[in-house]
Ligand binder design. Structure first.
Ligand code: GDP
Length: 312
């Protein structure tokens, strides 16, 4: 099997306030992907209100980090149980998870909720025990708690062997040992690269791309975000969209976007394993599959959350 050694797709999961945002910022900074004071373009988040009106939630965001010769896509996951479908779809796009746990607070309800989904999808976990700088941090106990939670949630033998990185995202330090913090994020990057499987490179097979999230752009209309599960795609290509109702629409790919840091950039082509955004068809929806016109094969429809009704 060929693999994309140059790529890793992971989801970052944590209870609120355990430090996801601080950690991702620190990884960006350390990798040099993101230059300080750089203008951050419009993100998928910006169109949130508009899509909410249409009953579509897009709360997840992708941060792409270039570390040495590898691109690491880090997908944020909503921790709230109302977005169970969205969490499941994000988990289908990745091969591993970075579980961030506060070294003082330990496992909390959202830790359990998202970890359960990740373990069910057979994803490879890496645990980051964050806030190790807190004076009352209790790393040994918290790691025991994490292990107990893995066992309780039905982790398999491989998942139970999870590697641990102790970190202070706040101070920009990390280490594979609890009491040897160094001012570097290197241990986090190397633990990700050494443990999380690289995507399969089946880019010679017929294209299959599934829309996991939607974005809306004034100029482009709806943009479908997802992972290319196999094959490759180019701007200008005529493709088929397999609709949820079983019908098929053909359309021309007008634009493709990849991610760098927090920004979305236009690209000309992409292949198996890549997480991209596709523009060209106004009528694109979550769960639908893009494939070649002469090789139509829909992926199973994932769970989609019903929008919460506002009672007035
Ligand atoms: P998120 O909700 O998981 O994205 O958490 P944030 O990254 O926003 O962090 C929540 C709070 O914890 C903020 O006040 C951070 O400054 C703080 N924080 C994050 N990482 C650390 C850390 O390593 N040590 C300490 N002491 N505080 C941290």
């Amino acid at each position: 099997m060929q693999i994309r050694e140059d790529l890793r797709n992971i989801a970052i999961i944590a209870h609120v306030d355990h430090g996801k945002t601080t950690l991702v910022d620190q990884l960006l900074k350390y990798s040099g992907t993101f230059r300080e004071n750089e203008q951050v373009d419009e993100r998928a988040m910006d169109s949130n209100d508009l899509e909410k009106e249409r009953g579509i939630t897009i709360l997840a965001k992708n941060t792409a980090i270039n570390y040495k010769d590898t691109r690491i896509n880090i997908l944020d996951t909503p921790g709230h149980a109302d977005f169970g479908g969205e969490v499941e779809r994000i988990m289908k796009m990745v091969d591993g998870v970075l579980l961030v746990v506060d070294a003082y607070e330990g496992c909390m309800p959202q830790t359990r909720f998202v970890l359960k989904k990740a373990l069910e999808q057979k994803l490879t976990p890496v645990v980051v025990l964050n806030k190790i700088d807190r004076p009352n941090a209790r790393p040994t106990e918290v790691i025991d708690e994490v292990l107990d939670l893995f066992i309780e949630l039905g982790a398999d033998d491989e998942q139970l062997e999870f590697p641990v990185v102790y970190a202070s995202a706040l101070n920009g330090t990390s280490s594979n040992e609890p009491d040897e913090q160094e001012e570097t994020m290197e241990p986090i990057f190397s633990t990700i690269l050494d443990n999380i499987p690289a995507p399969e490179d089946n880019s010679e097979d017929p294209l299959q791309f599934q829309v996991t999230l939607l974005d809306y752009n004034e100029y482009l209309g709806r943009v479908g975000i997802g992972r290319i599960f196999r094959g490759s795609i180019k701007v200008g290509q005529q493709v088929a969209l397999m609709k949820k109702d079983g019908s098929v629409k053909t359309f021309r790919v007008t634009k493709l976007f990849g991610f760098i840091g927090l920004k979305r950039i236009e690209i000309k082509e992409a292949k198996a394993g890549d997480i991209i955004a596709i523009a060209g068809l106004e009528d694109i929806n979550v769960g639908e599959t893009v494939c070649p016109i002469d090789h139509q094969e829909a992926m199973p429809i994932p769970r989609i959350d019903e929008p919460t009704l506002q009672m007035t």
